[in-house]
Design a protein around this ligand. Structure first.
Ligand code: NAD
Ligand code: TYD
Length: 355
């Protein structure tokens, strides 16, 4: 049995990674370590909680003593690290929380892995262990009208969020170089899909369109993001963990750039059809508002290395993925109601605490 620790598994991407690993690797024991911040929601994993290969652990990666004991007791063979503060707007109002979780939390995990795997520069890099760090394309900063981020692009983070992720990436590489810790890093573009907290663009706007609320577009709306369906990100993580080269970085993206305003108009037109509204009805909700400070103009990932070396490509087109996503949010009103009422935060007490 391979013991795999997934941090942040109750969050958006983490929950898809947990589900995919349980389904693709029935011989693995999956441990989901999550603090259950506002972004952690165990209702995301209701369908797998009875799986005998799945275990949830409530805990905080910033608590070094707790992390060391957890690693000593469980001797994980693989760590897939997703736990983080993940929202740019929140990082602008509270940068320190991002340093604490994203930087210190990551170093705590690196230290614990280094200790139980007995890594140091006098020994070769272990091939039977792996610390997989999940990161973002935002570490590369902002692009102009042309060009793509490759694995060679210099780091140039602009927001407190991306600065904290860049710092954590540097620590992960430093542990490879200094202690021969077996690591791999991936930097992915913007994800979308089921179970994303409705503070991010796509779920927030689906919610607002459905409820006839204003769609707050930052600045001129011509900011560009490269969107990837979350399940395809989880597939890439599975592939890189098993086939990727230790010490390497892989960019993950779908060659799928959209200006915010074009994406918002597409969502409005799909939702007009689904909600039987007149064409153009939902677009009337678009409201331009003050820009986000330090707003990165354009992200675009060159995922050629992942495609060429490991044969990965997205499984759905953007139109298919977006439609699936909109259908999911329309069919799961209960999930969203629990978020807005705070009900989801009681789920742990109801289902787990007493066990
Ligand atoms: P999310 O905010 O939905 O989930 C983060 C999870 O981490 C939550 O379950 C939260 O409870 C947990 N967490 C936070 N602080 C913790 C702590 N101190 N200890 C233990 N658990 C803690 O985030 P997400 O969008 O799923 O992102 C997951 C990872 O992927 C992050 O590292 C993020 O930087 C990275 N990433 C995200 C995107 C994206 O588009 N969302 C793109 C590329 C990379
Ligand atoms: P977001 O989903 O917050 O992801 P990120 O900032 O990590 O890329 O935002 C995606 C884009 O949408 C970004 O350019 C900011 C913009 N945006 C809005 O215009 N209005 C909103 O209410 C939000 C949340 C985002």
């Amino acid at each position: 049995m391979k013991k795999v620790l997934i941090t942040g598994g109750a969050g958006f991407i983490g929950s898809h990674v947990v589900r995919l690993f349980l389904s693709n690797h029935p011989d693995y024991e999956i441990y989901n370590l999550d603090k259950l911040t506002y972004a952690g929601n165990l209702e995301n994993l209701k369908d797998v909680e009875g799986n005998p290969n799945y275990k949830f652990i409530k805990g905080d990666i910033t608590d070094a003593a707790f992390i060391n004991t957890l690693f000593d007791e469980n001797k994980f063979g693989v760590v897939i690290h997703l736990a983080a503060e993940s929202h740019v707007d929140r990082s602008i109002s509270n940068p320190l929380e991002f340093v604490t979780t994203n930087v210190i939390g990551t170093v705590n995990l690196l230290n614990a892995a280094k200790k139980i795997w007995d890594c140091n520069k006098d020994k070769p890099v272990r091939q039977d262990r792996i610390f997989y760090h999940v990161s973002t394309d935002e570490v590369y900063g902002s692009l102009g009208e042309t060009g793509f981020f490759t694995e060679q692009t210099s780091y140039d983070p602009q927001s407190p969020y991306s600065a904290s992720k860049a710092s954590s990436d540097h620590f992960v590489r430093a542990y490879f170089n200094t202690y021969n810790l077996p690591v791999v890093i991936s930097n992915c573009s913007n994800n979308y899909g089921a179970n994303q907290f409705p503070e991010k663009l796509i779920p927030l706007f689906i919610h607002n369109i459905r409820n006839n609320k204003p769609l707050p577009v930052y600045g001129d709306g011509k900011y560009t993001r490269d969107w990837l369906w979350v399940v395809d990100h989880a597939r890439a993580i599975d592939l890189i963990m098993h086939k990727g080269e230790l010490g390497e970085t892989y960019n993950i993206g779908g060659f799928n750039e959209w200006q915010n305003i074009e994406l918002i108009k597409l969502m409005c037109s799909i939702m007009d059809k689904k909600l039987a509204r007149k064409p153009g009805e939902s677009e009337k909700l678009i409201t331009y508002i003050k820009d986000r400070p330090g707003h990165d103009r354009r992200y675009a990932i060159d995922a050629a290395k992942l495609n060429k070396n490991l044969g990965w490509k997205p499984s759905v087109t953007f139109e298919e993925g977006l439609e699936k996503t909109i259908d999911w949010y329309l069919a799961n009103e209960e999930w969203l109601k629990h978020l807005t009422s705070g009900e989801y935060q009681k789920y742990y007490e109801q289902q787990y605490a007493a066990r």
